[in-house]
Design a protein. Structure first.
Length: 184
């Protein structure tokens, strides 16, 4: 009897996914953006597959940042036709944009998301010429690879209800994957 119950549960899940595809939308089915030597990290969230990309904006054959705009932030609109698009004014100034400040060392910057200034990131270029973004993940500095934001149903004005944020990174010394989930 339990075999039949399991079978019917699977059938219900399959049909629910066909007729109500948003019901089972999970982060592990989101597209992975194509690799890029300038890629710092990307942000995805519930709602659709559109992805916000954060790339280093370098000059001098990748050995220095463009001082006026060291980070390029833009969309890959997977839910549309896969094209890239700039952030609009509200997205850039209230949600996904970054505030970037130079630090005392040349070619290093500190930055944060305009929507969440509690976590600071460090922007730099390693000895091999690869740009990176470091952030504390579970109390240890790590290279940030991607961010996933679980959005709630409610909004207060223009501000969405964020249920939680997941950070996925790499330990710069060991190369081990690091992860943290937190509620902002």
């Amino acid at each position: 009897m339990s075999h039949y119950v399991h079978f019917f549960k699977v059938i219900i899940l399959l049909f629910s996914g066909l007729f109500f595809p948003g019901v089972f939308y999970a982060q592990d089915v989101l597209p992975e953006p194509p690799a890029s030597p300038q890629r710092l990290f990307y942000v995805q969230r519930t709602g659709n597959s559109n992805t916000i990309i954060y790339d280093a904006n370098t000059i001098a054959n990748g050995r220095a940042f463009n001082a006026k705009q060291p980070i390029l932030v833009y969309w890959i609109r997977y839910a549309d036709d896969g094209r890239t698009a700039p952030l609009n004014y509200l997205q850039r100034t209230l949600a996904y944009g970054v505030e970037v400040r130079p630090v005392s060392k040349p070619e290093e910057y500190e930055f944060n998301f305009v929507s969440y200034s509690k976590r600071k990131l460090h922007l730099g270029i390693n000895a091999a010429g690869k740009p990176y973004a470091l952030i504390a993940i579970n109390g240890k500095q790590a290279r940030l690879n991607r961010v996933f934001v679980k959005m709630g149903d409610k909004k207060v004005g223009l501000v969405p209800d964020v249920k939680y944020v997941e950070l996925f990174g790499t330990d710069p010394q060991t190369g081990a994957a690091v992860y943290e989930k937190f509620v902002p």
